[in-house]
Design a protein around this ligand. Structure first.
Ligand SMILES: Cc1cc2nc3c(=O)[nH]c(=O)nc-3n(C[C@H](O)[C@H](O)[C@H](O)COP(=O)(O)OP(=O)(O)OC[C@H]3O[C@@H](n4cnc5c(N)ncnc54)[C@H](O)[C@@H]3O)c2cc1C
Length: 505
């Protein structure tokens, strides 16, 4: 049901509203000084969960050009070369900025930040903080900086639910649900930094709130979205009954663990790269095995054995909670939605095409990732592009003016039970029909389900927005019949699993 904006509503006026308090949102807000900024946060940021590290060409044997070339190769020909050149060129400066903001990177014997190697990077260029806690260290430092910055006011448990535009189509404000209260913030400038979409899937490594709300808010006022079909799936999320699913990182396979099926047969046998093949190749093979009715396990017994807990404490803790001892038992794994390459189409200044609306971080699509993200490039992109957005906003001297409200806001009447059922059906359908392997028939079914949920007037706006994003992802996947990068069509590319030499029984 859609109703006009009902008073009473509290109002606030500010220069800029940044929606999201992860890497992108905080980098934008910090760089916006002295402009008055309100930062909204609603639930945990994926930034704090990033384990692998941040990529930047800081070594003497490396250069932004090498980094850009690796980025382009991972993106399967769809990376924008100018964006890759500029983001990678900004990498070393971004590391300096993080250090000045209080992030302490792990050091090598020469006292400089140690550089690690990661799959598909041609040089050792991954920087870590606190071992596998890089994201946590970055988020903590930027959060502390923002808390001390007089130009930033942060509102927690503040969910952005609608963007407001004036009669000329310019951003004029934003509606925010605080617990039990509704707030209208008048502002001429909004930056969407709402993160990814993993939470739309039943199998996800993302925080539950990563449901693409920013995509829906932007789409509802006419912003262009792009590349939505490109969703990166992590091949070895631990299938221990948890939601979200904890990661079994590539490092465990790097240490010799192997993927086996229910009968103990090696899943990656005969495939180029074997257990250390690229992430999307492994994800397809694991998915195909599961789709064939089997299960997949990560077997660390022989290669790692009793040393597992010491070498991989985070993974070991997740296993222990589920009653599994990886030293003596294989770990059940499945692919899970991990990163969204697509998003709100933006230019190099983060402009969306809607006057007054910018986007940065995972919710935005700059063209950096093409059809597949190079690991550890996303933190870099979020931080660098957040800075570029801030610079662009400062150059436009935003001044808050009173919005002429055109939108009607939707209020649902359904009870929480009906909402939970709709969410469960959508998430299951996303994993089944818009997962690692897609086909037109499944995508059409998903589109139908999402459209029906979207149109149900009894369901609240948050669920309609989820359904809208699911439908748009499914439509983008259906409308790209070829298989490329992370998007694999099982119907039009029967040998989509080009790397496979056999189909598991
Ligand atoms: C388990 C895991 C491991 C990863 N490891 C790495 C890695 O090693 N290296 C790497 O580069 N990348 C990694 N990534 C990806 C990376 O963490 C993210 O792409 C990046 O942190 C996104 O930053 P962001 O600022 O765009 O979004 P986030 O950090 O997700 O922040 C989104 C913010 O938006 C807020 N928000 C969302 N919707 C609303 C709303 N409607 N109203 C108000 N606020 C809202 C949230 O509360 C949050 O504050 C990993 C991701 C996961 C899940």
């Amino acid at each position: 049901m859609f109703t006009p904006l009902d008073p009473p509503i509290e109002t606030l006026t500010t220069g800029v509203v940044v929606v999201g308090a992860g890497a992108a949102g905080l980098a934008t807000a910090l760089n916006l000084a002295p402009c008055q900024v309100v930062v909204l946060a609603h639930g945990p940021a994926a930034t704090g969960w990033a384990q692998g590290g941040i990529a930047a060409a800081t070594g003497p044997d490396d250069s932004p050009a090498f980094h850009a070339a690796d980025t382009a190769a991972a993106g399967a020909g769809l990376v924008d070369p100018l964006v890759a050149a500029l983001v990678t060129a900004a990498g070393p400066g971004c590391i300096d900025w993080l250090q000045s903001a209080g992030v302490t990177f792990d050091r090598g014997t020469d006292g400089r930040p140690a550089r690690g190697l990661e799959a598909a990077h041609g040089r050792a260029r991954i920087l870590h903080a606190g071992g596998d806690a890089t994201g946590r260290a970055i988020l903590a430092a930027l959060t502390a900086r923002a808390a001390a910055a007089p130009h930033i006011r942060r509102l927690d448990n503040a969910e952005a639910t609608a963007l407001l535009t004036d009669a000329r189509g310019r951003i004029a404000g934003i509606i925010v649900d605080l617990t039990g209260r509704r707030l209208m913030i008048r502002t001429p400038a909004v930056v969407l930094a709402t993160g990814g979409i993993g939470g739309l899937y039943a199998h996800s490594t993302n925080p539950p709130g990563a449901t693409g709300r920013g995509l829906a808010l932007a789409a509802r006022i006419g912003a262009r979205l792009r590349d939505l079909e490109f969703v990166q799936f992590h091949p070895t999320a631990m299938d221990l009954g948890g939601d979200p699913m904890p990661l079994a990182s590539e490092a465990i396979r790097g240490a010799g663990a192997v993927l086996i099926d229910g009968a103990g047969r090696p899943v990656m046998a005969g495939i180029s790269g074997g257990d250390l093949a690229p992430r999307d190749v492994v994800a397809r093979q694991v998915a195909a095995t599961i789709d064939a009715g089997d299960r997949v396990f990560l077997d660390a017994r022989a290669a790692i054995g009793p040393g597992f807990a010491e070498r991989f404490p985070t993974a070991a803790a997740a296993c222990r909670t589920a009653g599994i001892d990886p030293a003596s038992q294989p770990i059940p794994v499945a692919p899970a939605a991990h990163y969204h390459m697509g998003g709100i189409a933006v230019d190099l200044a983060g402009r969306t095409g809607i006057p007054g609306l910018w986007a940065a971080g995972e919710v935005a699509a700059t063209g950096l990732h093409g059809a597949n993200r190079l690991a550890s490039n996303s933190l870099l992109e979020a931080l660098v592009c957040g800075g570029w957005v801030a610079r662009d906003i400062l150059s436009t001297s935003p001044d808050a003016r009173a919005p002429v409200i055109r939108q009607a806001l939707r209020t649902g009447r359904a009870g929480t039970g009906e909402g939970a059922v709709a969410i469960g059906r959508l998430r299951a359908a996303m994993s089944r029909q818009a997962g690692v392997l897609r086909d037109a028939a499944g995508l059409d079914q998903l589109i139908g389900l999402a459209a029906a949920i979207e149109a149900d007037p009894q369901l609240p706006a948050a669920i309609a927005d989820r359904a809208l994003v699911c439908r748009l992802i499914a439509e983008a996947a259906r409308d790209r019949p070829d298989s490329i990068g992370a998007h694999q069509r099982a119907d039009t590319t029967p040998l989509a699993l080009r790397e496979r030499s056999h189909v598991p029984a």
